[in-house]
Each structure stands twice: as structure tokens, then as C-alpha cells.
Design a protein around this ligand. Structure first.
Ligand code: GTR
Length: 429
């Protein structure tokens, strides 16, 4: 006998599935009037309730406490610096219309018999020795930042985008990200540029940390509580710090004048690198959003719950506690910027990048300002922080905390670089 599905039963099943689906579907909030009530933890009050009223109290008690909270609750605890070895892989003395020396240097990060190698692509102006540099990770491989035919192509895993197939980088993607790097302008302004493919340090997918740099520290990490172990953002930041270890041995680079820059997830990474390693003298967050510069408690656009679901490998497992529960977190992202103080920090947003919550990124700067002022800088500028969210193309960049909103989408453009270079001229030169 043939069985025939009962039409009413089918309807019930279908509607059950539809409502379950609706429950699971994430609907971002973009409405300012629907932001949940929240109170930001104060950067200047300790966990025990003591007020921080001078710079030495900040450095001795509050800063270490906040740093520890970001390690244990947000990004995870990274291992201590490991040994590095390096090797020059290629050198071109007439790159960028003859204005720059371009080198590829392999930096091997070593623990015992295990190691991970990242390849640094380095541009320095021909004319001046020992220059300040911008260092930043790239998304699709070093060969995508410059169309030159002789830059090596990574053999490591890459994301499948327009320019990658089967998770392998392709010849046809040479130069596809060049617009984001403005190499000639950077060189003309007297800076060097160093970029590293982020997948050299840790491939960007959840696999229980079997690949990339994580496994070589397995033994060291076994004594760290599971919830506090480092995620991928911490691993990428760790690679950036090892790049600075290398700069300290490279005569063409002034390791005391390094700016770290990153876009999106790599902007979250540049902020954590800058917060955890004081050798970065300028820290730039381009459209970093949730888990980066944006205040988590606003829950506008991407939220903690959403990011931990889509990218379970980026943060520590402890961070999961704050899914749809941001108010319980002892820190918010303005305190990440405060960890960088009194070194310079610049946060940039884009009008169409609502997912990253531009206003939340601005408000982080506003709430980091008191720490910058306590440490004797001008914070967001001569005027007290502008309570008003600035208009597009009206950068706030006269103090130690810079901010701009640019017209357009989630990206890094020549407008963004023009602001960063002006800001760097004031803080690195
Ligand atoms: C998105 C993610 C953002 C941002 C972005 C990127 O999918 O939700 O947090 O990091 O990716 O890095 O491109």
C-alpha cells in the first residue's frame, strides 16, 4: 500500500520548520532607538571599584588588569615570544618605478623542532636608510598587493574568493588588492611598507587549531585553561609581533617607528597587536567593527553572538559567554583602544559599512579619550571629544586618537591612506 502524506500534518511540519528557521536567523539591528540599555564599564575604575586618577595608577594597576581581561575573556592568551630565524628570499633594487627596494624575507617562528614560516614582502624607499614602516596583514597573498610578476605566490590555504580556487592562490590574482595598499604614495611620503599573508600564520577556518602556528605551542598551552586559549586573531597578532622582532634586526627599518594597520578582521587584529605589544607606535583600525573598534554593547550590525557563530575560531572560548549577553562582559572595545594609550590610534569607518557599526566605532574613541588625556596627550584633539558623530570626510585627527567616516563601502581606499599618512607624519616623524 502506498502511503500518502496527510496534507494537514505536512502543513504543521512545514510551519514548525519555518518558525524554527525564523528563530535561528540573525536579524541585525540598525535602529538607534532599538539599541538595548547598556552601561559601559569605565576604563578608569578598577574591578574592585577604585578610581584611577593619575598615569602611574593606570600603568601600575588598571592597564595590566584590563589587558588581562582582554586575554582571558576576549582574544585568548598567547604564548611568550618564540625564537625567530630569517632568510632573504629575493631582492629587487628598482621596484615601484625605481623608487623602492623590494625584498621578500622568510621569518621562521620556532619552538623546539616545530616552526611556522611567514613571508614578509618589504618595500623601503631607495633614498633613505632606516625608515618608519607600516606593517599589515593581507587577505589573499602578497602577490595580490602589487601586480609585479616576480612576487612569489603563497602555496598556503587561501579563501575561495574571485581570485582563489580550491583554496589555492592563482597567478591571475596578481595585483587584485593593489588599490588597498597605495605602495607608491607610501614610498613617496618616506615610509616603508611591509605586508604578510595572514594565512601564513594561521589559515582562517575552524579546524580545532590543527594547522598554522597553534599546534607548535600545544604543550605550552596545555597549562592554560581551555577557555583562555588563543584564537586566530591572537595568532595573527602574534605573527605581527614576531615581524617587529625581525625589524629590530633589519637596518633598512626603524623598529622604533612602526605603524600597524589592518582592515576588517585584520583591523581587529591590528588593534589587538597594538594593545598587546607596545612596540607599535601607531595603530590603525580600518573598518574593524565587532570585536574590533565597535562597542559590543550597542549590538548594532554584527553582534558578539553572531561573530562567535560565524567565526568560532577568532576569539577565546570564554568570549562565547557574552553571546546575546554583552553587558556581562567586564570590558568593552573602548578599553581596547585605551590599552594603546598614550601611543597613537586611528579608527576609520565607512558610511555603507553598517555591519561594522560606524557610530559604535566612533564612540569607542570618545570613551577611550579620558585615558589618553590622563596620560598627558590631547586625546581626540584640542576640543573635548566631539559628542557629535562627524560627517563623512570630516576627519578628527589633531590629537592622539584619530577618527574618520568615509563615504562608501567596507574597503581600504586612497582617501583612508591619505588620512593615515597625515596622522603618521605627526606621530612617527
Ligand atoms: C565579515 C565579518 C566581519 C569582518 C569581515 C572581514 O564576514 O562578519 O566581522 O571581519 O568579515 O574580515 O572581511
Amino acid at each position: 500500500m502506498k502511503s500518502i502524506a496527510h496534507p494537514i500534518g505536512l502543513l504543521v511540519i512545514l510551519s514548525f520548520h519555518a518558525s524554527a528557521f525564523a528563530q535561528n536567523r540573525f536579524v541585525p539591528n540598525y535602529d538607534e532607538s532599538a539599541i538595548p540599555a547598556y552601561e559601559l564599564p569605565s576604563a578608569l575604575v578598577t574591578t574592585k571599584g577604585a578610581s584611577i586618577t593619575d598615569a602611574s595608577m593606570w600603568h601600575k594597576s588598571r592597564r595590566p588588569e584590563v589587558l588581562e581581561l582582554f586575554k582571558t575573556q576576549v582574544y585568548g592568551r598567547s604564548p611568550a615570544a618564540c625564537e625567530i630565524q630569517y632568510e632573504l628570499v629575493s631582492e629587487k633594487r628598482d621596484a615601484i618605478k625605481g623608487k623602492a627596494i623590494r625584498r621578500e624575507v622568510d621569518v621562521r617562528m620556532i619552538t623546539g623542532s616545530q616552526s611556522t614560516t611567514m613571508r614578509l614582502l618589504i618595500y623601503t624607499p631607495k633614498s633613505s636608510p632606516s625608515v618608519p614602516v607600516f606593517v599589515g596583514l593581507n587577505f589573499q597573498g602578497n602577490h595580490t598587493v602589487d601586480a609585479a610578476k616576480d612576487i612569489s605566490i603563497t602555496k598556503n590555504w587561501v579563501r575561495n574568493r574571485n581570485d582563489g580556487k580550491n583554496n589555492r592562490a592563482m597567478e591571475s590574482s596578481r595585483g587584485t588588492a593593489a588599490g588597498r595598499w597605495q605602495i607608491e604614495t607610501i614610498i613617496d611620503r618616506g615610509y616603508g611598507l611591509v605586508t604578510i599573508y595572514y594565512g601564513d600564520i594561521d589559515p582562517d577556518f575552524a579546524d580545532g587549531f590543527k594547522n598554522g602556528i597553534h599546534p607548535q605551542f600545544e604543550q605550552e598551552m596545555s597549562s592554560v585553561p581551555e577557555g583562555e586559549r588563543w584564537g586566530s586573531i591572537a595568532a595573527w597578532s602574534y605573527g605581527l609581533s614576531r615581524a617587529v622582532d625581525y625589524f629590530e634586526q633589519d637596518d633598512a627599518i626603524d623598529a622604533s617607528r612602526v605603524a600597524v594597520i589592518g582592515h576588517s578582521r585584520l583591523g581587529k587584529t591590528s588593534l589587538w597587536a597594538g594593545a598587546s605589544d607596545p612596540r607599535f607606535k601607531l595603530v590603525i583600525s580600518n573598518n574593524s567593527g565587532c570585536g574590533g573598534a565597535a562597542l559590543s554593547r550597542r549590538a548594532v550590525g554584527e553582534t558578539v553572538g553572531r561573530i562567535n557563530t560565524s567565526f568560532p575560531h577568532w576569539f577565546s572560548d570564554n568570549y562565547l559567554q557574552y553571546n546575546e549577553n554583552e553587558n556581562a562582559c567586564p570590558v568593552d572595545q573602548h578599553m581596547l583602544l585605551a590599552l594603546i594609550a598614550p601611543r597613537a590610534v586611528y579608527v576609520a569607518s565607512a558610511t555603507k559599512d553598517k555591519w561594522a557599526d560606524p557610530k559604535g566605532e566612533f564612540l569607542s574613541c570618545v570613551h577611550a579619550d579620558p585615558v589618553y588625556r590622563l596620560l598627558g596627550t590631547q586625546g581626540m584633539g584640542d576640543k573635548r571629544p566631539p559628542a557629535e558623530f562627524p560627517a563623512a570626510e570630516a576627519p578628527v585627527k589633531s590629537g592622539h586618537v584619530g577618527y574618520h567616516l568615509r563615504t562608501g563601502k567596507h574597503d581600504v581606499t586612497d582617501y583612508d591612506w591619505a588620512q593615515y599618512l597625515d596622522f603618521a607624519d605627526r606621530h612617527l616623524k
